[in-house]
Design a binder for this molecule. Structure first.
Ligand code: ADP
Ligand code: MG
Length: 609
């Protein structure tokens, strides 16, 4: 055993850098956050070679005084918190006091700064194992410039992991984009290899903000979205909610900020997905730019070194608040005459109790006297309903025929269990079935999705998810980040029954897909898979992540609405439901079927009252 020694400050910082400084983009994130914490209203970024050669960021913030300059480069030195209570309600973006020290330990960093009350400005650099600082005077207006050259020049192992200039720059500009979307009041310019990428003036009016959105995202988004502004129980939600018709094949247009910090969060994701669930076709993704503000004490940001994950103290409250307001605004987009939509029949909040629905509840929502008006409504509704489901999605012909229990209807009546036997299909969406108690309505897609999901979980756990080679490999256009995800998660991807090869930064090939999904359109399927994987970069071991991915696959592999089923197929589905665990709720937590008892039906028709 060797003698225990203290690590040199540089080595200690390099180890810490392993956590926060992964690539040029992470440096930019830390530096921009520092500038914003210093109250800057003007940021200019000069980048060379994707940030590997140079990152120079100048701000007009408060600056750093001469005495503080060397401290700023010290590990565990911060001006932002002084005690544990501060940590519990951090309002600044930074607080760990290690970014500058880490970056400076793995690059050639120069920090120059001027403050209001100093005549001279000063510049500091570090050198050697001990990271001794040296200060010299320099010319600098009020504010700070950080220059980072030759990132990872002294940590070759790290440097090896860097990708091409193009990939690194796309990660980097994504960071700038998020900062620009969350700080409209700040002027931002970004140059890459001396070429202007963005020049964004400060935005004071709604019009200017929409202009910035157009510059950063695309021209249509603002026009294709509604602005939301809601406040309740200490939570405030604002931002742009994309119209359901403005959906995308990927979840690449989803920006969510919590107290000005971009976050990826399962609670948030779930609430948003649920809110769009009725109006978005499966496999399509909503677009939104949303801002949640709440008391910093109610959200823990010290969960992850790079702070892109948060933990809400009251996650249920946050979830319900988001769902409620988004669901409401999305509901308002529907035509006014849409009275017989699934949402008006049972609002999401009450959905899980529907099995025991009391008839009074139903009477409220159903017209008691079907007059002329409501029958025209019904026609309009069904037309609209059909078109909602016609979104250029390929219909997947799932092999329901492979289900056991395909039998003729006479035998069905005999073997029918709790779910009864099928009598008809309604608008290609619901199965109507009859059992001893009365009528059963089954949401066909939701039910099949649940069954598929449960089967997938079992198959995955038994490692029996079969992959099937595609007759003709399908080529797929990807972003550099997606190409990277494929390489990074190669083994996981195989485990889920896929085989993908990266050809270049912008293209990949799909060679195998899970056998049961061979009817599905492979492109959207793989893009969704990559999206799920990218969302959970570091934590793939977590069971919830596996479930998310399997749920995505189940969704792609389930019968679509509008698929006409034969009576035996419907019965087969009902039998499957009886033997599938948790089949009364779909993967999104909504009911897959409801029962209307004879009693409830009688009450609807005022029979025997
Ligand atoms: P943290 O942001 O977690 O406090 P950093 O290592 O990023 O830690 O920065 C250390 C300190 O240096 C900050 O607390 C702040 O006082 C100062 N600092 C860093 N960058 C700037 C800047 N652009 N303008 C003003 N002060 C800065
Ligand atoms: Mg910082």
């Amino acid at each position: 055993m060797n003698k225990i020694q203290l690590l040199s400050p540089r080595l200690a910082n390099q180890i810490a850098a392993g956590e926060v400084v992964e690539r040029p983009a992470s440096v930019v994130k830390e530096l921009l956050e520092n500038a914003l914490d210093a109250g800057a209203t003007k940021l200019s970024l000069d980048i060379e070679e994707g940030g590997v050669q140079l990152i120079r960021i100048q701000d007009n913030g408060s600056g750093i005084s001469k005495e503080d300059l060397p401290l700023a480069l010290n590990r565990h030195a911060t001006s932002k918190i002084t005690n544990l209570e501060d940590l519990e309600g951090v309002a600044t973006l930074g607080f760990r006091g290690e970014a500058l020290a880490s970056v400076s330990s793995v690059s050639r960093l120069t920090l120059s700064s001027g403050t209001e009350d100093q005549i001279h400005s000063w510049q500091v650099t570090t050198a050697g194992r001990d990271m001794t600082t040296s200060i010299t005077p320099c010319a600098h207006p009020k504010g700070t410039t950080v220059e980072v050259k030759d990132l990872f020049f002294n940590t070759p192992a790290r440097r090896k992991f860097l990708k091409t200039t193009k990939t690194e720059f796309s990660h980097l500009s994504e960071i700038v984009k998020r900062i620009a979307l969350s700080h409209f009041e700040v002027q931002i310019s970004l140059n890459h290899n001396q070429k202007a990428i963005y020049h964004l003036p400060p935005c004071t009016t709604a019009q200017l903000k929409e202009k910035r959105l157009a510059a950063l995202l695309n021209n249509d988004f603002a026009k294709q979205s509604l602005f939301i502004n809601a406040e309740a129980s200490g939570l405030k939600l604002s931002g742009w909610v994309g119209l359901p018709t403005y959906n995308r094949s990927q979840a690449d247009f989803q920006y969510f900020f919590v107290n000005g910090r971009p976050v990826k969060d399962r609670v948030v994701n779930h609430a948003v997905k649920q809110a769009y669930r009725d109006v978005l076709f499966h496999g399509r993704h909503a677009a939104f730019v949303l801002y949640l503000e709440l008391d910093p004490k109610l959200v823990d940001v010290n969960v992850h070194p790079t702070k892109h994950e948060v933990r809400f103290r009251e996650s249920r409250l946050v979830h319900d608040f988001l769902f409620h307001h988004l669901h409401r605004i999305i509901g308002e987009i529907r035509p006014k005459n849409d009275q017989i939509s699934p949402t008006s029949l049972h609002s999401r909040e009450t959905a899980p109790e529907l099995h025991s629905t009391n008839s009074m509840d139903f009477q409220h929502r159903m017209p008691l006297m079907p007059g002329n008006e409501s029958s025209t409504n019904f026609n309009q509704t069904s037309q609209k309903y059909n078109s909602t489901y016609q979104i250029q999605e390929r219909q997947i012909d799932v092999q329901l025929k492979s289900m056991p229990y395909l039998a003729n209807s006479e035998t069905q009546k005999e073997i029918a269990g709790q779910m009864g036997y099928a009598i008809a299909q309604l608008h290609g969406i619901y199965i109507l079935a009859q059992n001893e108690n009365g009528l059963i309505l089954v949401d066909m897609h939701a039910a099949h999705e649940r069954i598929t999901y449960e089967k997938l979980k079992t198959a995955f756990d038994q490692q029996s998810l079969q992959a099937q080679p595609l007759l003709i490999p399908v080529s797929l256009e990807v972003t550099p980040i997606q190409a990277e995800t494929i390489e990074l998660h190669h083994t996981d991807i195989n485990q889920f029954g896929f085989e993908l090869t990266v050809l270049s930064e912008n293209s990949a090939t799909i060679r195998r897909v899970p056998a049961f999904l061979h009817h599905a359109d492979p492109k959207p399927l793989v893009l969704d898979l990559l999206n799920d994987l990218a969302e959970h970069q570091s934590s793939l071991a977590v069971k919830g992540v596996r479930d998310d991915i399997l749920a995505t696959m189940a969704c792609h592999g389930s019968v679509r609405a509008k698929r006409i089923l034969t009576i035996p197929e419907m019965n087969a589905l009902l039998r499957e439901m009886e033997i599938t665990e948790r089949s009364d709720q779909c993967n999104h937590g909504r009911p897959t079927w409801i029962q209307l008892s004879m009693n409830q039906l009688d009450k609807l028709f005022l029979r025997g009252q």
